[in-house]
Design a protein around this ligand. Sequence first.
Ligand code: PLP
Length: 385
Amino acid sequence: MTLPPTTEATGDRVRLPLRAGLEGLEPYGAPQLDVPVLLNVNENPYPPSDAVVADIADAVAKAAHGLNRYPDRDFAELRSELAEYLRAESGVSLRPEQIWAANGSNEVMLHLLQAFGGTGRTVLSFAPTYSMYPEYARDTLTGWVTGRREQDFTLDVDHVRAQIAEHRPAVILLASPNNPTGTALDLATIEAVCEAAAESGPTGPDGAPTASVVVVDEAYGEFRREGTPSALTVLDRYPHLAVSRTMSKAFGMAGLRLGYLAAARELIDYLRVVRLPYHLSAVTQAAALAALRHRAELMSQVASLRAERDALVDWLRGHGLRVAESDANFVLFGLFDDRHQVWNGLLERGVLIREVGPEGWLRVSVGTPQETAAFKAALEEVLGW
Ligand SMILES: *Cc1c(COP(=O)(O)O)cnc(C)c1O
């Protein structure tokens, strides 16, 4: 078959008015390679069961009958089911008006920065942390500054207070458990940050200081170990605290694109102002509701993934490697003089992990027992154990 000549215009005669700061940038994304064992993006390794698939298909078919209409802009039913899920998962009761949702927690974060960030404002985070955060800042014209995490990747509260005082951030982004380190923050730290943030934001229109919005990104919250509390448990004390979650990780629905957030109603109402109309499609809403009905089954996988994670940590430590404490479904381990060589050696053996984090460290997601076994066997070969 011969293709018709291309009708695509080229940039020979005109130059597109790309926004300053975007020149030469590549779209973000972990390398996607076609190998047998994918342990690089912290997905849940278990595909949905036939029962879940059938329920989602059924719900989507019902929604399809109404696709000539715009969806429920405020997704009332989904908000109330997400509130119910959080109550079951963390024991915290929230009203549906305290829940927000969007196409992945990536979009939830974007809404937060659209509402509270912007020109002349700053978002503060602590490195090493999630590599998408600076992109949300860039895309909303918000300044990006980072303080540091300690050697064990926790936060030093005095350092945090000093950074807050210095930068007067509109938003403070804390991932807990943190990516790529797996570190969960204790409640005392989160409370201390919230206390320090009550009047540390930009000056309001009346000349008085506003709060910094403290966002605790609990994308991996369900994987936290026994005794590690969720920031949800202090939500009722801080109107400037927002806790985000996602169905992408523990829930095993990365392809669905559904992230959500819990906060005081006033904060949520500001997010409603900046969202695109009808941002959550009727298909997404129907599929998410159907998946949530199966939460008991999905949560039972979380228990086995946590056990698998703890065993992997022990195994790596048993071989003399350094391993960061993990409350997530991945493990950061090292230290290697040449981490790229280790990463590449694993890849040559069909195991893709992630070369991320501070120099010398590598991150591996917790997979099925078979995938973990393949990872261990490959690592043994690469390191000559
Ligand atoms: C994976 C991840 C998310 C999830 O993003 P989604 O858009 O919900 O898929 C959020 N925050 C962190 C730190 C993550 O690692």
